[in-house]
Ligand binder design. Structure first.
Ligand code: FUB
Ligand code: ZN
Length: 643
């Protein structure tokens, strides 16, 4: 385990000193989460998800592929072409976790898997077990082969391992593979290869930049820039592939909003942002900010979820955001967080902190069960009664222990293991706190302790324990939803940072209060699927009606909400690990099954009920959206028609 006092642990996505950017990340060891919602999730990740993940990778054959290459056993490759990437993501999670605290069993597993990868690697640095075992020609079909995608996840794991544990073993594997890529791909620019091509699935871009940051090898950054610039120049079409799905229809700087496969698009956005800041490309950075803003404006679910189509796991057209058929893959929220984080560092704008919060606490967290061992791949905003579980990703199954395509579970693991990275940043002026969780944060001689019950309680008290020998400030993000917030009793504007003034001294406290009254939210009329509906939010949490919380006879599918009635707040320590529920007034209205011409009727006619139990005033109980389906798959809805 690293000794924090001796060797700092740079966080993921730590730009070099010369990079563009307003904010600098803190080391991963600079903050800790000691209680509340996120501490419980990190604990479940460490105790349950990561150990179970290793077993799942073994059972699914991902590790066996490497064992065959390492000469330990015999057989054929099992699993999807990107099978290695799930091993790499798990390794990344293990590394950040070991950086958070010793765990001999986990360290042992990490060494074992690292050793397998080292032995599986070809003499010239190439490494992709499925291609190697199937004796496929390397890089034969880059739209689908995921060879550089797997390489990217390996680079990220290697960087995590060296930063968190000091072990360079995986970094050696990664640099040998990266050198091989540098010698192979490029447009003949000095130091790069001459194969002009890109992988169908971005991630290698951001990963190469991270590897450059860790090693100082400029060629890795040059190759990342090449891959970003090469997109939108017909590479996928050369293989006969339709380019939109692969974010290859337009050059990155000309793309108005992300399109195609959502995870691909947001990983590319994150990688292109890394390239922009490290190469000082302000024009590219501005294009990415515009792209992100367009996505936020018209392609994002209230939960932060990204990608509305099952078909192609892709973004829909602007405002095409159906609640029930939402795809909103957990990995897309994770990629969205990564992209927003990079834009936050680059611009210092609080709205990216708001975005990270929305995604993490809603569309990301819904991907994981409270126990930490079951996952949603797809995160809709509504599940109807009698929904058909068509296939293994269907939310109608409830969360599942693993998937044939298991990209999401280890992605969740690595995000939770490195979560403290997103809490705070620093500048010469002082410390900025973006996400609120209880625990200590220290940077540049300033040490504070955050005390809060957020996201359920809106009070955030920052205790100052130590100050440097120069004046510094503490800036606290005030989310855009927090109209009426105060800092030390004085009003502060929502949608920015509230800053301390005057000289801070050890023993001071800074007291931020964010208003937590439940809010009703409506959607732009172009989101036709939820027109005439409202959603309930409280603080950063999106709420949902789920069937088990309703009184007998109150069917979630039939619920309508009365917007004029007060919504009450109730703390329930006994429910779902401890949460806060909201109680609203509304009606249930259902046409009898035999009603003439159902489900249609002449405009202006009332719903033809039988006037009995089918239409009555009721109480509606809402829980945080991310907690749904922890009591089995149940009817649920975020958007509620108005009564
Ligand atoms: O292609 C690898 C991963 O599988 C993607 O990121 C996910 O969307 C799933 O398609
Ligand atoms: Zn996924």
């Amino acid at each position: 385990m690293p000794d924090a006092a001796v060797r700092p642990v740079p966080a993921p996505a730590s730009p070099t000193a010369g990079a563009l950017g307003v904010l600098r990340p803190l080391g991963l060891d600079a903050a800790r989460i000691t209680g509340g919602l996120w501490a419980a999730r990190q604990e479940a990740n460490r105790r349950a998800s990561i150990p179970a993940g290793a077993e799942q990778l073994d059972r699914a054959g991902n590790l066996r592929n490497l064992e065959i290459l390492a000469g330990e056993t015999q057989g054929e490759a099992i699993g999807p072409v990107f099978a290695d990437s799930d091993v790499h993501k798990w390794l990344e999670a293990a590394a950040w976790e070991l950086g958070r605290g010793e765990d001999e069993r986990l360290a042992c597993l990490q060494r074992r898997v690292t050793d397998l990868l080292a032995r599986a690697q070809a003499d010239d640095g190439y490494l992709d077990s499925v291609v190697q075992l199937r004796e496929n020609e390397r890089y034969r079909e880059l739209p689908w082969s995921h060879e550089l995608y797997c390489a990217g996840h390996l680079f990220q794991a290697a960087v995590a391992q060296v930063r968190a544990t000091g072990s360079r073993e995986l970094l050696d594997v990664a640099t040998r593979l990266a050198d091989h890529l540098v010698a192979t791909f490029g447009d003949g620019r000095p130091g790069l290869g001459d194969r002009e091509d890109v992988d169908g699935h971005p991630v290698v871009e951001t990963a190469l930049v991270e590897l450059y940051r860790e090693t100082g090898t400029r060629a890795y950054l040059d190759l990342a820039r090449y891959f970003v610039e090469a997109r939108g120049h017909g590479h996928m079409e050369r293989y006969g592939a339709e380019p939109t799905y692969f974010s290859d229809r337009l050059p990155v700087r000309e793309t108005p909003h992300p399109e195609g496969h959502a995870v691909r698009a947001v990983y590319l956005g994150a990688g292109a942002t890394d390239v922009a800041v490290e190469t000082g490309d302000t024009e590219l950075l501005a294009a990415l900010e515009r792209q992100y803003a367009a996505m936020e404006r018209s392609q994002q679910y209230l939960t932060g979820g990204l990608g509305s189509r099952w078909e192609g796991e892709s973004f829909g057209d602007p405002y095409e955001l159906p609640a029930d058929r939402a795809y909103a893959e957990t990995c897309a929220s994770i990629g969205g967080v990564q992209w927003a984080w990079r834009l936050l560092l680059a611009t210092g704008e609080a709205r990216y902190g708001d975005q990270i919060e929305r995604m993490l606490l809603n569309g990301f967290l819904s991907g994981l069960s409270l126990a930490g061992t079951e996952y949603f791949y797809v995160n809709p905003l509504q599940l109807r009664a009698d929904a058909e579980p068509e296939e293994n990703r269907s939310p109608a199954h409830g969360r599942r222990g693993w998937f044939d395509c298991a990209c999401c579970p280890p992605n969740i693991m690595r995000t939770l293991s490195s979560l403290t990275a997103y809490l705070a940043t620093r500048t010469d002026a002082g410390l900025q706190i973006h996400q609120y969780a209880p625990g200590p944060i220290s940077s540049d001689g300033l040490s504070v302790r955050v005390e809060t019950g957020y996201p359920y309680d809106g009070r955030v008290v920052v205790h100052v324990d130590e100050v440097p020998g120069r004046p510094v400030e503490i800036a606290l993000r005030v989310p855009a939803w927090a109209e009426g917030a105060t800092l030390d009793g004085a009003p502060v504007a929502a949608g920015g940072y509230a800053r301390t003034t005057g000289l801070l001294a050890a023993g001071d406290t800074v007291d931020l209060v964010l208003p937590m009254a439940p809010r009703l939210t409506t959607a732009d009329a172009r989101v036709d699927a939820v027109r005439g509906c409202v959603a309930i939010e409280r603080g950063p949490l999106v709420y949902a009606l789920e069937q088990p919380d309703q009184a007998a006879g109150v069917v979630v599918d039939d619920a309508r909400l009365d917007p004029d009635e007060t919504i009450t707040v109730e703390r329930r320590d006994d429910l779902l690990g401890g949460t806060t529920v909201l109680r609203a007034r509304g009606r249930v209205v259902r046409a009898p099954d035999g009603a003439a011409r159902a489900p249609y009727r002449p405009l202006g006619d009332a719903v033809p009920t039988d006037g009995g139990d089918d239409e009555r005033d009721v109480e509606l109980v809402a829980i945080p959206y991310h907690l749904w389906a922890n009591r089995g798959p149940q009817p649920m809805r975020v958007w509620i028609p108005l009564a």
